[in-house]
Design a protein around this ligand. Structure first.
Ligand code: SAM
Length: 234
């Protein structure tokens, strides 16, 4: 089970330079002295997160769209996480360490450890895409969007930060929307405001699961919610 996965004690124990070396003045490999410049050391942290990233397709789409943001996938299955690590490494090598420097992945159970990784109000975007449906009623509490977990997500998100969801399971979509609608810290972003957002296309067509659904001719439902500005709405 996930009890054997090591978890950082708190956010100060996460060394992001291991995941994004070129953003921290650390060489990508021993031959490459180009990046070995202490001046480049930064306090950068991830601002975009893909919860349950699976095989990581979305990370690669986001990498080029947001070259200056650190993007993190989180995944609980070890083999799948290792696959993503390998894919990121080989993509970096194939690009001569020019591309995919801003994406990384950790193996963790996000339901329990999100606050061990992200400081309060540090995230711009969270993606929760094609989540496991947990169809049976007694398993609904295991869903990745619940009132409690939305409060956890709200703590990590900046004001105005967004949660993006997509799924081919209508029942799950309805559950996710219902919980976000009822949550006092979130409001839906209207369709007309999201029509120019490239993330919509990435999440409904670009993830591995989205591609599978498209091949089988299925439908995808999506939503975008943002963390309310409580000062404004007072
Ligand atoms: N988002 C990906 C996509 O669209 O292709 C993968 C979707 S897959 C159906 C759901 C993923 O969430 C699985 O890879 C699963 O292992 C992962 N997952 C489920 N519960 C999780 C948890 N508590 N923490 C991290 N990952 C989780």
């Amino acid at each position: 089970g996930d009890l054997t996965i090591p978890v950082p004690m708190n956010t100060d124990y996460v060394d992001w330079s291991l995941h994004y070396p070129s953003f921290f003045g650390v060489p990508n490999n021993n031959d490459d002295k180009m990046f070995c410049n202490k001046e480049q050391k930064s306090e950068k942290v991830p601002t975009i997160v893909d919860i349950g990233c699976g095989y990581g397709g979305l990370l690669f789409e986001l990498s080029k769209e947001f070259p200056n943001e650190l993007i993190l996938g989180m995944e609980i299955r070890d083999k799948v996480t290792n696959f993503v690590v390998q894919k990121i490494n080989s993509s970096r090598i194939n690009s001569g360490y020019k591309d995919y420097l801003n994406i990384g992945v950790v193996r963790t159970n996000t339901m329990k450890t999100i606050h061990n990784y992200f400081k309060k109000e540090s995230l711009e975007k969270m993606f929760i895409l094609f989540a496991d449906p947990h169809f049976k009623k007694q398993n609904h509490r295991r869903r990745i969007i619940t009132t409690q977990l939305l409060s956890d997500y709200a703590y990590s998100l900046k004001t105005g930060g967004k949660i993006y969801t997509a799924t081919d399971v209508k029942e799950l979509h309805d559950w996710e929307v219902e919980h976000m609608e009822l949550h006092p810290l979130f409001e839906r972003v209207p369709e007309e405001e999201t029509k120019d957002d490239p993330c919509i296309k990435f999440m409904t067509e670009g993830t591995d699961e989205a591609k599978k659904v498209a091949r089988n001719g299925g439908s995808v439902w999506h939503s975008v919610y943002r963390k309310k500005d409580l000062e404004k709405s007072r």
